[in-house]
Design a protein around this ligand. Sequence first.
Ligand SMILES: Nc1ncnc2c1ncn2[C@@H]1O[C@H](COP(=O)(O)OP(=O)(O)O)[C@@H](O)[C@H]1O
Ligand SMILES: [Mg+2]
Length: 444
Amino acid sequence: MYISKSFVPILKNNPSEAKIKSHQLMLRAGMIKQSAAGIYSWLPLGFKVMKKIENIVREEQNKIGAQEILMPTIQSSEIWKESGRYDDYGEEMLRIKDRQNREMLYGPTNEELITDIFRSSIKSYKSLPQLLYHIQWKFRDELRPRFGIMRCREFYMKDAYSFDVNDEDALYSYNKFFLSYLRTFKRLNLTAIPMAADTGPIGGNLSHEFIILADTGESKIFTDKRIFELNDDESTIEKKSLEDLRKKYEKFYAVTDEKFNKNDFEKEVSEENRLITKGIEVGHIFYFGDKYSKPLNASVDLPEGKKSFVKMGSYGVGVSRLVGAIIEAKYNDKDEIMKWPLSVAPYELAIIPMINKNDTSAMEKANNIYKKLEEKKIEAIIDDTDENFSSKIKKFNLIGVPYRIILGKKSEEDLIEFQEIDKETKNLSLDKIIKILTEQKEKI
Ligand SMILES: Nc1ncnc2c1ncn2[C@@H]1O[C@H](COP(=O)(O)OP(=O)(O)O)[C@@H](O)[C@H]1O
Ligand SMILES: [Mg+2]
């Protein structure tokens, strides 16, 4: 791909409406374009990043045995009346009437719809557990959409739902998602901390928000610093192992302001380990038992013949929000450099030939390198514009392609100037460069 032919409408200056880094950068690098308040179009660069995030989320859902489906964006109000949430949800729900005057809505979440799907086919405990998910647009008519795609009205979410026969199995399902979230965020190069959370309009009694640290985050957090040292390296998808994993995290105080209690915080966390800061919520999981299965009458037959309402949980990841959250976490303000984690970078490597009208050799070289990289499944982009060198570098610092090759007069026959965006340049052979990138990619 040549940059001159790609749809990357870069802006020279920060748009005045953008207050935080991710919003500024996404507009400036031509990743998104606002089409109405809190509603955005995703342009090629932004869309590529979001799709890569989506794929990682998907892979980690599949690994815990969740099955992918796709539910519609438009729902009927009937099931929401059955659960009692049609009125409760209030003005955040976008309500629509069809030509028959039927009350429809643009789904803000899918507990009702999935329970309806479940109850129509699953009748026996023998079919449980069921873990189902989809990745679909949601609409919430937020009072104050802001910060670009971080808090918008139409956003892309992975939402999963679990169905189990009893509390014990349901907690096992909950813990599977707990693990899959830790693994998902790790692959996105983020440290997301699970924090005890309120259940809000979803309801229920057990809930964790997954939060990444960022000064621009909307959640105030109070935590024991030592929680950042934990990991899931030892965990396997077994009841005991997953329970131990959740307990290990729950041992450390970590809450958002809704759950904050000053006395508990000061009692449980010694002064040197206290951390009060801000973060971005990138995922949220809930266990709510029969809150929806009861009113919607979703039950299964038990071995002894009785019926029981299924025990449910729901599990959300803000796929579109993550694009902004990664920028907030990774942008280097001092050097004005964005470096996308390789796992989600819009391009993995930029080839920057120093173009000279009388000498096309650098461009030829760029094309040859591009072909070789393509064979090795490395996604590159060639800067074929006639901008000067420093403008090119500035542009890629903004777009955030993590690696680059610079083809100037200096390049010797076999050695190429290679740079990781925030490090020193090195002269390496193309084979060596391919090896470095391939090894990095294998770790994702
Ligand atoms: N208005 C929004 N814009 C972008 N992403 C959102 C928005 N609301 C929620 N999300 C994402 O979806 C995930 C699940 O949402 P949920 O917890 O149900 O919403 P909320 O936290 O607003 O009650 C959140 O963790 C967040 O990452
Ligand atoms: Mg939430």
